[in-house]
Design a protein around this ligand. Structure first.
Ligand code: SAM
Length: 292
């Protein structure tokens, strides 16, 4: 990847243009493209009004150097299983900088959505210095988006066991439409649930070494709910490529970005492995719909 003054250098820009041309071809195999670049660069280089669905989960800014009781993290070191340990990214920037970054990227996301496009943003209430930080703190500051749903994702487990608090077993999927557009109809036929509580257990072991993948059935359900064949899905924080894989399975086009070269390379392998499993008829579509 090369970046000049925050813009994509010519080869990558050309690559995006080529990808977009392919993604628009109705009837062809879905185009699945993940760039090794930042989400900010990707969404600022996609055309306005182009995307049907953005489904994404940013880093949560929860990196810590405090010692852990189980000894996995000594004082002053990043957890080897956290972003800090794997990528050199501390995931621990000042909270106001983090929230400003999120507002900026979500504002750019709003621009690339089609008139009836949908943004589904996975996050969770975090606790810092004994206080809850709620995602609506920054989500309510993004212009042009209207909150339509707050889906409770019940993961059924937590990393945060405190004797002083109830254990947080849930995350959220915030579903937005554009204020200047319409909310597209849900494709409910393919879904086995209609409530706003989704019980989807966390993937039990990291997929391809990624520290925080969301489960494939979660991405599968979101894509089934909000897209039709040949639509375009974007995930600016693509990670292990879960949204990409769910797009491939559901025959929708996908464009993503992952800043870490190692995660990016592994996600490309995962996508290729999925293509070969699809070709051999080894993907159990029914099982993936079991989300609630
Ligand atoms: C919560 S994880 C996403 C996991 C993903 N949903 C999956 O299922 O694998 C966030 C990802 O964003 C990546 N990341 C962090 N900052 C980024 C940025 N500015 N642009 C793109 N990716 C970034 C991290 O390396 C990490 O892989």
């Amino acid at each position: 990847m090369s970046i000049i003054n925050g813009q994509l250098s010519l080869p990558l820009n050309k690559k995006i243009t080529k990808t977009l041309a392919k993604a628009r071809c109705v009837g062809s195999e879905p185009t699945i493209e993940v760039f090794n670049t930042s989400g900010e660069i990707l969404v600022n280089n996609l055309p306005v009004g182009y995307v049907d669905l953005i489904f994404t989960s940013p880093p949560y800014n929860i990196g810590s150097k405090a010692a852990r009781q189980d000894g996995r993290r000594k004082n002053g070191e990043y957890d080897p299983k956290s972003y800090g340990g794997i990528t050199g990214y501390a995931d621990n920037i000042p909270e106001e900088v983090y929230q400003k970054q999120q507002i900026d990227i979500l504002s750019a996301c709003e621009k690339i959505l089609k008139r009836d496009g949908v943004l589904v943003y996975n996050h969770k209430p975090r606790r810092k210095n004994g206080e809850m930080i709620h995602p609506m703190n920054w989500l309510s500051k993004v212009d042009g988006l209207v909150l339509m749903e707050e889906i409770i994702w019940d993961r059924g487990s937590t990393h945060n066991h405190s004797n002083k608090l109830f254990w947080p077993h849930t995350e959220r999927l915030y579903v937005f439409r554009k204020s200047s557009g319409d909310y597209r109809l849900l494709n409910t036929d393919a879904l086995k649930f209609r409530s706003d509580i989704w019980r989807v257990p966390l993937t039990s072991r990291p997929v391809d070494g990624h520290a925080a993948p969301f489960p494939l059935p979660l991405a599968n359900a979101v894509i089934k709910a909000f897209t039709s064949i040949n639509d375009v899905v974007v995930d600016p924080y693509s990670g292990s490529g879960t949204t990409a894989v769910a797009s491939l399975i559901n025959r929708v086009n996908f464009i993503g970005s992952e800043i870490d070269a190692d995660y990016h390379a592994k996600s490309l392998k995962r996508i290729e492995a999925t293509k070969s499993r699809i070709a051999k008829g080894k993907i159990n579509l029914t099982a993936m719909q079991e989300v609630a």
